[in-house]
Design a protein around this ligand. Structure first.
Ligand SMILES: Nc1nc2c(ncn2[C@@H]2O[C@H](COP(=O)(O)OP(=O)(O)OP(=O)(O)O)[C@@H](O)[C@H]2O)c(=O)[nH]1
Ligand SMILES: [Mg+2]
Length: 567
């Protein structure tokens, strides 16, 4: 008799380990020498599974015409891999109790009434006969579920575990399945599992006192299969086991313990065979969808934090800028007053010096006819000329000094404006990055399927608030740089005027008139006045912006608090 070995876990032929991959069948075909098989392996009909005590080994009698049989990689037992066992079923059917029985603990809360049942999905690992198991006690999966969203919402806490794959789904019941339970199971099959789900599902009848009586179990099994077959064919072909895990209370405690121990054995014997991992495509998709949404949340949190940081920086900077600008305005006002004073002084001395010059010129000209007037005339002309020139030059020098200080203030303000512009540019970039998250959110399946209304609403809200139209980080400042005043121009003009003043001309009258006019109307003065006006207007804009940013910052803080709760 030839024996075909399909799962070559620890089986050795002639001493060599045949742990192999998907080419097992080919390998099996070529095996025509003696096999050493650990464990018993007699009279096993084709296709029947056999498990030795240490490791599951699948053997079957070889068909002379082997069926087109492909070996699922998942069948290759990985000793270290944990087996995920998912418990589902209506409230009060005994999921938490069964989890306690299997894990040999008391960590799952066994409810005394269906209303106060388990409120949170919980998983616990344990090891039995060198096989590691993870029992996942769920909440409300498998009971009158109405919609896809509801299932996905309930599963979202355990997707990490489920994405590893499930070895067995234990669907608990303690009597007849209700129509709602069957419908809920069908919905599960359609939404997160697939048609293969029944191959990985075992219906566990709890509260079955005769669970040790094989005949009673078989009778119930047949009756159940007939009944369930009328409403669900897939469920009719599902494996069924029977247990009884009575509550450990009162005088029945010792009996309950014995019963639970026996149930545990039944369960573990069954689970030992469940080495194949079930990874349904919809669950993988769900996992992907969840990952995608979690990355949206993560990116949103990061974006909000960055925006927060930049708003804070902008607000601080604006505060400093406002203070500096106020000082700058004060400084320019002082310079303006100084120049006004210089120009006022210049006009006063211009009247005296030009009058002297004019009298001197008059006497000098009279000296042509009356020579004794010539000398005083020339003397007065010289005094008047020198005095006018000195006044002019001194006023221009002082004005120049003040103007320089004004220009320095102007440059300082300009630098602040440029820095603000850079900060705003960065903020704009950050907000644009934030905007890039929005389309991802809008098209995300998680949002479309409305899986977690609360999370979706928070993200939506945060996006609307932070990316809302009201947020415009730009501060448009009119920092007028076009100044008219030029020191060199003023100096050239003073020199030319000086020369002209030497000639016998009425230029002095014009100079006095001009100096009077320039006490109020001079390029340096108008430059400073214009700048003060612009800076004051800018200051208002800055203050308004500061106020607005402060309010927005409050909004961002609130958003941050809301979004932090999502993680
Ligand atoms: N006699 C008997 N009682 C059981 C059995 N399984 C559970 N119970 C009892 O049934 C009640 C509910 O059991 P739980 O394990 O809390 O049920 P559950 O499915 O986790 O319920 P939820 O958490 O509400 O979904 C408890 O009082 C258990 O002691 C069983 O096999 N036999
Ligand atoms: Mg429970």
């Amino acid at each position: 008799m030839q024996i075909m070995i399909l799962d070559l876990g620890m089986i050795r032929t002639n001493g060599s380990n045949l742990m192999e991959n998907d080419k097992l069948w080919d390998k099996g075909k070529s095996l025509n020498h003696n096999l050493t098989i650990f464990g018993k392996c007699s009279s096993i009909p084709y296709g029947q599974h056999y498990y030795n005590s240490e490791l599951p080994i699948l053997v079957c009698l070889c068909d002379p015409n082997p069926p087109n049989f492909s070996i699922n990689k998942n069948m290759i037992n990985n000793k270290t891999k944990i087996r995920n066992i998912l418990l589902i079923g209506n409230a009060g059917k005994g999921k938490s109790t069964l989890a306690n029985v299997l894990t040999g603990t008391n960590e799952f809360e066994e409810s005394t009434d269906p209303i106060n049942g388990t409120s949170k999905t919980k998983a616990k690992e344990f090891e039995h006969e060198k096989i590691k198991y993870r029992i996942i006690d769920t909440v409300g999966i498998g009971i009158s579920i109405q919609s896809t969203e509801e299932i996905l919402n309930k599963l979202k806490g355990i997707t990490d575990i489920l994405s590893e794959g499930i070895n067995r789904i234990l669907f608990l019941t303690n009597g007849r399945f209700t129509k709602e339970e069957v419908e809920a199971f069908n919905l599960l099959r359609n939404v997160i599992f697939d048609d293969r789900v029944t191959d990985y599902t075992t219906i566990v009848f709890t509260n079955f006192a005769k669970f040790k009586d094989e005949k009673a179990c078989e009778k119930n099994r047949q009756g159940f299969q007939q009944e369930i077959g009328k409403i669900s064919m897939p469920l009719a072909s599902t494996a069924i086991i029977y247990v009884d895990n009575p509550p450990i209370i009162g005088f029945m405690e010792p009996v309950a313990r014995i019963s639970r121990e026996a149930s545990r054995e039944v369960l573990l014997n069954h689970l030992r065979t469940c080495q194949e991992v079930y990874q349904p495509e919809p669950l993988k998709k769900f996992r992907k969808m969840l990952d995608e949404f979690n990355s949206i949340i993560k990116d949103t949190i990061e974006a909000v934090e960055n925006v927060d940081l930049y708003y804070k920086t902008n607000i601080t900077y604006l505060g400093e800028f406002i203070t500096t600008r106020r000082v700058i305005i004060e400084n320019i006002e002082e310079r303006l007053e100084e120049v006004r004073k210089y120009m006022g002084d210049r006009f006063k001395s211009s009247v005296v010096s030009h009058s002297t010059l004019l009298i001197g010129k008059g006497l000098s000209i009279s000296g042509i006819w009356f020579p004794p007037l010539m000398v005083p005339g020339l003397a007065l002309s010289t005094i008047g000329f020198v005095s006018a020139a000195t006044t002019d030059i001194s006023a221009i020098l002082k004005e120049n000094e003040a103007y320089k200080s004004f220009e320095e203030s102007h440059a300082k303000d300009k630098e602040k404006c440029e820095n603000l512009e850079i900060l705003q540019e960065e903020l704009r970039n950050l907000i644009n990055k934030f905007k890039d998250i929005r389309p991802r959110f809008v098209i995300s399946e998680y949002r479309k399927q409305n899986i977690d209304r609360n999370k979706i609403e928070v993200i939506e809200n945060v996006m609307n608030q932070i990316l809302g139209e009201e947020i415009e980080p730009d501060v448009d400042l009119n920092n007028n740089e076009k100044t008219k005043y030029s020191t060199s121009q003023e100096t050239v003009r003073a020199v030319v005027e000086g020369i002209c003043k030497l000639a016998p001309s009425p230029l002095s009258f014009y100079c006095m008139y001009r100096d009077h006019k320039e006490t109020k109307n001079r390029d340096s003065l108008s430059d400073m006045e214009m700048t003060i006006k612009d800076f004051r207007e800018g200051l208002k804009v800055l203050e308004e912006k500061q106020q607005q940013l402060n309010e927005l910052y409050e909004t961002i803080k609130r958003c941050e608090e809301k979004i932090a709760k999502l993680t």
